[in-house]
Design a protein around this ligand. Structure first.
Ligand code: SF4
Length: 371
């Protein structure tokens, strides 16, 4: 899919792109003016050129006419009992996406959560059809623009009044299938001159596209990479995640190794536990072996049943592993030397937990398109 963007706005453009866009529109601006615009858009989060008081008044008015600054409209906020907030955004074309703000379980002395993690979407829907994922039921509608990715951060920050401390590209969509816009958004977010957040605060999660992972490794962004693994054999992974039929585990794990080789940043594996499918002692042994290939950790995640899974494809219903077996699996992994984190079920009551993002106002389909 092409790199979509709104051509009549500077929001969502990198600094060199702003220079180019204002020139193309006939403005003869000194380089430092473009820098002022770039800083105002992302560091100061202005919503109109009129707020850019460092620019001459006439120029502000002209720029406001030519380059409106779009806003993402929040149409629904759902607040979970655990403090997780899910935001439903309406996009300019009437489509919708969701972002989730998750407080960490760590509390400071005042009982406040210090870590606020924003889970961003990168596509409207997703084409990859993972069997445990609600977003998959929407199919792919379109890629998000860079502006729509960046605006999720700013709008959630404004609406929540919270300081976002971490960002995960783990919402709706496969980030590597919207590569250019994801990269531009990361370049903006991690630009030290904008002082938004340090690059180590960002994690991009992928279902495993080897070519894009290797390309991503060479971008020099210094962000973390997570792989949605969920199975340790090709047979099971291909059933849970059809993308595995195109790129098998061996290819995907080699690409992850390349990411580590290039960046020296330990990788993360995401592993949702499904009763009787991927939670045996043999699974734990194979998973631990995978984690030993390079410095890494594994996030073990409880499964949250949703209405839109495709059990017929699997020949079995998907069920969460029960609490006792969940703990035993964690113990087995740890005894095999794996670095294990247990991901909480934040936002499960508002359908904001992992794999639950799908829009109640978008039609859901159950057709299967396996590639
Ligand atoms: S888990 Fe991620 S890659 Fe898989 S269908 Fe859902 S959004 Fe797409």
């Amino acid at each position: 899919m092409s790199n979509q963007r709104q051509d009549n706005t500077l929001f969502g453009l990198s600094e060199p792109e702003i220079v180019e866009a204002v020139k193309t529109a006939g403005f003869d601006l000194a380089r430092f003016r473009a820098k002022q615009i770039y800083q105002a858009l992302y560091a100061k989060r202005v919503h109109s050129f009129n707020e850019m008081t460092s620019l001459p008044k006439q120029l502000r008015e002209e720029l406001d006419d030519v380059f409106p600054i779009p806003r993402l409209k929040i149409i629904l906020e759902s607040v979970s009992a655990d403090g997780t907030i899910k935001y439903l955004f309406e996009l300019a074309d009437g489509r919708s996406i969701e972002s989730v703000l998750i407080p960490s379980e760590m509390r400071d002395n005042e009982g406040e959560s210090k870590r606020k993690t924003l889970c961003l979407s990168t596509q409207v829907g997703c084409p990859l059809d993972c069997k445990f994922c609600a977003t998959a039921s929407m199919k792919l509608k379109r890629n998000l623009t860079t502006a729509e990715i960046v605006a999720q951060f700013f709008e959630v920050e404004r609406a929540s009044g919270e300081k976002i401390t971490n960002v995960v590209y783990m919402g709706m969509g496969e980030p590597m299938l919207n590569y250019e816009n994801v990269i531009t958004s990361l370049k903006i977010f991690t630009d030290p001159s904008l002082e938004i957040l340090g690059n180590k605060r960002f994690t991009v999660s992928t279902s495993g596209l080897p070519d894009e992972i290797i390309r991503f490794a060479k971008e020099g962004l210094g962000v973390k990479l997570a792989l949605s693994l969920h199975a340790t054999t090709d047979e099971l992974r291909s059933k849970l995640m059809p993308i595995n039929r195109r790129y098998n585990l061996s290819e995907v794990l080699s690409a992850m190794e390349e990411y580590y080789r290039q960046t020296h940043i330990p990788v993360t594996y995401e592993y949702i536990l499904f009763q009787g499918l991927n939670d045996t002692a043999a699974d734990a042994k194979r998973l631990a072996k995978i984690t030993r290939r390079m410095p890494s950790k594994v996030n073990v995640i409880p499964f949250h049943p949703i209405d839109f899974t495709h059990p017929a494809d699997l020949g079995a219903e998907l069920h969460p592993t029960d609490e006792k077996e969940f703990q035993e699996f964690i113990e087995m992994l740890r005894s095999e030397g794996a670095q294990v984190m247990i991901r909480s079920s934040s936002g499960v009551d508002i359908e904001a937990a992992c794999g639950q993002l799908a829009l109640s106002n978008e039609p859901h389909t159950h057709e299967i398109t396996l590639s």
